[in-house]
Write a new protein. Structure first.
Length: 626
């Protein structure tokens, strides 16, 4: 963060805001050049020792300031040879005479009082702008509505006229107190930005955000708000550029990367997903036990409230999936009975985006509304209206056991589930429809690149565009990462961007090395969750030069590589079926098998250092063997 306290600007954002009210004029002003107002006349005090003393006392209003501290403020630990205390007494006498000119006599209710070992000046919000500012902020924090809070915060900010006591020359004073005051102001402005963003006023706050970001370089809160405002006004590349700028600043000056909240925001923008501002959630989720089994035992509430719909959902540049949308929409909406549909697929293939798109399009067919449930957290959907059919989206399920209790709880309502597993037990035991989501078709990949990069840039290099999609395996997240890199490099050709993918199959999927949740990391985490025999078999299958491959090739090649399975063809087949169930091996209509291109390239080029660990997938595998 910049240490230049004088990089302090005002652009009229606060004083011209429609919700701002004129603040009263205080007797003493320290939130800007030191000034005194008396009988309607305001005087900015000249730089002098009396002014320094007054500023120090006002910044410590209602507290005794010791003579030793006043010495440090005046002379920076180097008092005059003639004696610091005597010089302070002389300067204080001059200050009292100055105040007397404005009717502020010593030892009065608004004058300087002499205390044991020091001096004190009484003040309140009516006489000192600093105390008026803090009182308004305190009142804002107790407001019952965001609108009232925002109005009070803007009123508080009108009291600021510039750098506090800018006409006072004292390094000790500025380092010890003024820096903290600037932090208070920045916190208030940041809170205003939070509320404005939650209310959707992104364009209104952009000028103030640019200004504060320049003033407070390296402040991750400010950068996060600026990135959000830019992204939500259609300026995705600029938002990503701000992340690169703060990453570079933090790395060069402190040797660190941005914190996890800013990295999560970067990932959200990179994926083109919607941002939910902390001050205004799109919908409310009631918190209960994290155990899914407990949900089935909960009785319905006595008074059901009207169901609420999900607001905003899929990425703003959602591409393709027309045939999937048509098929799944029909599944969800046909007939009057409850339907359960489970979408599975590899990490980053677009399961959540498709589910939220379906919820928005098909949601109008459900009078009970659309309810969202993140299976990874400890919340549950709002209770659907009992007499009206609702659609419940369950995102990120890790096992069938996580969904089964919800089926009884959901009653007549339709469930749309996403999972990296195919959840075949859900289909066998409960009649669910399982749907495995594949990477984009080539035409969809090209359409996505055209939408993100612009038709002009894609049309001049059609072959390079096609090759880039091929080398990314038509995988949505991989293509989004590459497209983002191209947005940040407007002069780079598509053919040049494909070069690293051509030479190294896995490619460098990170953006400027700071995209920590890379697709490769997602694959590592997913493969690491497979049982140990599954990881060994998957890596052996990846080495098959012919893709797709037949069952005989599996038995011959994998059996030779995994000697412990060579004598157990039934176990080999069971393991192959599990890999299909896990979504890492595909089977076509002719009965041939293949590994998704990008995952196979990753397996071939990544080190075999994954330590498989028991988890829900291990348990599923054991149950299938049994």
């Amino acid at each position: 963060m910049s240490g230049d306290l004088h990089a302090f600007h005002f652009d009229g954002f606060v004083t011209s805001h429609p919700e701002c009210q004129e603040a009263g004029q205080q007797l003493f002003g320290v939130l800007g050049p030191l000034q005194i107002t008396h009988l309607g006349e305001t005087v900015v005090l000249p730089t002098s020792q009396p002014s320094t003393l007054l500023a120090t006392l006002l910044l410590h209003a209602n507290s005794t300031v010791s003579q030793s501290h006043l010495c440090r403020v005046l002379w920076n630990d180097e008092p005059p040879v003639s004696g610091g205390m005597a010089s302070i007494h002389s300067a204080m006498l001059r200050l009292r005479r100055l105040l007397a000119k404005y009717g502020l006599q010593g030892n009065g209710p608004i004058g300087i009082t002499t205390e044991p070992g020091g001096y004190r000046i009484p003040a309140d919000p009516r006489t000192l702008d600093l105390l008026a500012f803090r009182a308004a902020v305190r009142q804002a924090s107790q407001s019952s509505s965001l609108q009232d809070e925002l109005a009070l915060l803007y009123r508080a900010l009108t009291l600021w006229r510039g750098v506090p006591v800018a006409n006072v020359r004292s390094p000790v004073l500025h380092e010890s107190l003024v820096r903290g005051l600037c932090e208070e102001r920045a916190n208030v402005i940041t809170r205003c930005h939070e509320i404005e963003l939650a209310r959707g006023n992104c364009r209104r706050v952009l000028p103030s955000l640019w200004e504060l970001a320049a003033e407070r370089e390296g402040d991750e809160r400010v950068t996060a708000h600026l990135m959000e405002a830019l992204y939500r006004t259609g300026r995705q590349s600029e938002a990503l550029g701000e992340f690169q700028s703060i990453s570079r600043y933090l790395r060069e000056n402190f040797g660190v990367d941005p914190g996890e909240p800013l990295q999560r925001l970067h990932l959200t923008i990179l994926r083109g997903e919607e941002i939910s501002s902390p001050a205004g959630q799109a919908f409310h989720r009631a918190h209960t036990s994290s155990q899914a089994a407990h949900l089935a035992t909960l009785p319905p509430p006595a008074n059901h409230k009207e169901a609420s719909h999900i607001k905003g959902a899929e990425p703003v540049d959602f591409t393709g999936r027309e045939s999937e949308m048509e098929y799944l929409t029909q599944l969800l909406t046909e007939g009057e009975t409850r339907r359960v549909v489970a979408i599975s697929g590899l990490p980053g293939v677009g399961k959540t985006a498709l589910a939220l798109r379906l919820a928005r399009i098909a949601g109008a067919r459900f009078p009970g509304g659309v309810h969202y449930f993140n299976a990874a957290d400890d919340s549950r959907p709002g209770d659907p209206a009992p007499l009206q059919k609702a659609l419940i989206v369950v995102d990120g399920a890790e096992s069938c056991a996580q969904i089964t209790p919800l089926l009884e709880w959901a009653g007549m309502h339709t469930l749309l589930v996403t999972s990296r597993l195919t959840l075949t037990e859900l289909a066998i035991d409960h009649g669910a429809t399982v749907f495995q989501l594949r990477p984009w078709r080539r035409s969809e990949s090209v359409a996505f690149l055209r939408a993100v990069l612009g038709p002009g840039r894609v049309s001049v290099e059609p072959k390079a565009c096609d090759e880039l999609a091929l080398l990314c395996g038509d995988h949505p997240l991989a293509l989004r990462i590459r497209a983002t890199q191209l947005l940040l490099r407007p002069d780079q050709q598509l053919a040049e961007a494909a070069t690293p993918l051509r030479s190294v199959p896995r490619g460098d999927l990170a953006t400027e090395g700071h995209y920590r949740e890379r697709l490769a990391d997602e694959f590592d985490r997913y493969v690491g969750g497979l049982p140990a025999p599954g990881v060994r078999m998957l890596r052996a299958l990846a080495t098959l030069s012919e893709q797709p491959f037949t069952l005989k090739q599996v038995q011959r090649h994998v059996g030779a590589a995994l000697t412990d399975l060579a004598e157990a063809p039934a176990a080999l087949l069971s393991l192959l079926e599990f890999l299909i169930h896990a979504g890492v091996v595909d089977q076509d209509v002719e009965g041939r098998y293949s590994i998704p291109r990008l995952l196979r390239n990753h397996l071939l080029t990544s080190e075999n250092t994954t330590s498989p660990r028991p988890n829900v997938m291990e348990q599923v595998f054991k149950s299938r063997k049994g």
